[in-house]
Design a protein. Structure first.
Length: 123
């Protein structure tokens, strides 16, 4: 296996550990999943970890403004691969003369090894 691929989980773990702890009520989970989901032995064992990793990746690719897309929609797809799907919500400014334009950040990431399945920003 390529050494760079082996480093991805380690880098994500370092980013996660250096993240500032925030209030856990800043996302909307799908109806039957919540921050109580625990996947033992996975790099992304719960909703909070998946959201923090998504934020770190989004900031690196789309900039700090992506954090305005609260609350996040978080879904867990269980199957052969357990995949977290994290999606922002559209941000609209209430300030006069501030143009708000669209699109939200989206990330699909495999729980067991942090492989990014999809990274996108809609228009």
């Amino acid at each position: 296996m390529n050494n760079n691929v082996k480093l991805v989980p380690l880098i994500l773990l370092i980013i996660f550990c250096s993240c500032e702890v925030k209030d856990t009520n800043y996302y909307v989970a799908a109806t039957h999943y919540s921050n109580k989901v625990v996947l033992p032995g996975h790099y992304l064992p719960d909703t909070n970890t998946a959201v923090k990793i998504a934020e770190a990746i989004w900031i690196a690719h789309f900039g700090d403004d992506v954090l305005r897309q609260l609350p996040y929609e978080v879904n867990l797809e269980r199957g052969t691969d357990t995949i977290w799907h994290i999606k922002g919500t559209a941000y609209f400014s209430n300030e006069p003369n501030v143009l708000s334009f669209g699109g939200v950040a989206m990330l699909s990431i495999r729980s067991k090894d942090c492989k990014i399945i999809e990274l996108n920003h809609s228009e």
